[in-house]
Design a protein around this ligand. Structure first.
Ligand SMILES: Nc1ncnc2c1ncn2[C@@H]1O[C@H](COP(=O)(O)OP(=O)(O)O)[C@@H](O)[C@H]1O
Ligand SMILES: CC(=O)N[C@@H](CCC(=O)OP(=O)(O)O)C(=O)O
Length: 292
């Protein structure tokens, strides 16, 4: 290693000090989207970033998605994934696949990676002590009139923060799959962005970071919008700039910002160490969402 490189590295480390001080003991909810789990190197980088944030005194809470991974398994059993307004149409068979992929495969993979990097991760779904309560979601059709039944998809009623705060206090890192439970104990499939946003709200988190597969929110020309307020978001909804999976993401980000989460960001999870760049450096990555 040359002397200059070592010096630069030391300077970069030193620049992180004010951020470490500012966010010490603060909760940071990180949504790790299925589209950002592209390759092993990125996943390893993500896991080591989460461990680093915990070790310097923050409370990272991971909520993960797994939409593409659910689609892969559906394909293998000869079923096609269908989405309406960014929500998966979830019949009973699809719900089984969702539970297998999210609660089983993806959750355990992230837990295992974090533990491999020296963290103490614990995997949860909303079925654990029924901490994510939900009811069946009904969508409005495009005219805003008829309701559309999309099956076992949940709309969140309540998230009990106790289980997460207990884990944080005991130095564990909660890793949460977006599965809720209804009044009869049945599992419901919930969009992971919605779980992350609501969790950030009930935990009174300092930050909500949504990691996805675009540089952030883009305008019609594909230019990155670095800051967005409620008013501008309404315009982008109205003119169709925001569509598909970005609909629940922005909705959830804005709700979190309005309910007091200090900083809300949509960032590119395909960039190596995007999480450290966002939390510990001055470099703004992605789109910041503000209520006003
Ligand atoms: N205005 C926009 N800017 C960026 N991405 C957008 C926009 N509108 C729609 N999208 C889509 O939203 C996707 C991200 O949402 P989603 O596929 O649900 O990702 P994740 O699995 O990370 O939650 C992007 O890959 C893009 O295709
Ligand atoms: C109701 C609904 O759409 N649930 C999502 C849950 C997973 C998810 O949100 O994954 P990403 O964050 O990777 O998109 C789904 O079934 O795909």
């Amino acid at each position: 290693m040359s002397e200059i490189t070592a010096q630069t590295k030391a300077e970069i480390l030193s620049e992180a000090l004010p951020y470490i001080q500012r966010f010490f003991d603060k909760t940071i909810v990180i949504k790790y989207g299925g589209n950002a789990m592209i390759d092993e190197e990125l996943k390893e980088g993500f896991a080591s970033d989460v461990v680093l944030l915990k070790l310097v005194g923050m409370n990272p809470v991971v909520v993960h998605g797994g939409g593409p991974q659910i689609n892969d398994l559906l394909d293998r059993i000869g079923k096609k994934g269908e989405f309406i307004q960014g929500m998966r149409v979830t019949d009973a068979e699809t719900m089984d696949v969702v539970e297998m992929v999210l609660g089983g495969h993806v959750n355990k993979e992230i837990v295992s990676l974090i533990n491999k990097h020296g963290g103490k991760a614990i995997g949860l779904t909303g079925q654990d002590s029924h901490f994510i309560r939900a009811h069946k979601m009904m969508l409005k059709d495009d005219a805003g009139e008829e309701t559309v039944d999309i099956g076992q998809v949940g709309e969140i009623d309540k998230i009990d923060p106790a289980i997460v705060t207990h884990l944080d206090a005991a130095d564990f890192i909660p890793v949460i799959a977006p599965i809720g439970v209804d009044a009869s104990g049945e599992s419901l499939n919930i969009n992971a962005d919605l779980v992350a946003g609501k969790l950030a709200e009930v935990l009174k988190a300092e930050k909500l970071i949504l990691m996805t597969n675009t540089p952030g929110v883009l305008d019609k020309e594909g230019t990155l919008l670095t800051k967005l307020t409620a008013k501008r978001i309404d315009e982008l909804f109205a003119d169709g700039t925001i569509s598909g999976g970005m609909l629940p993401k922005i909705g959830s980000a804005l709700d979190a910002a309005k309910s007091g989460v200090n900083s809300v960001h949509i960032i590119d999870g395909r960039v190596k160490h995007a999480l450290l760049l966002e939390v510990l450096t001055e470099q703004g990555v992605g789109t910041m969402i503000r209520a006003k």
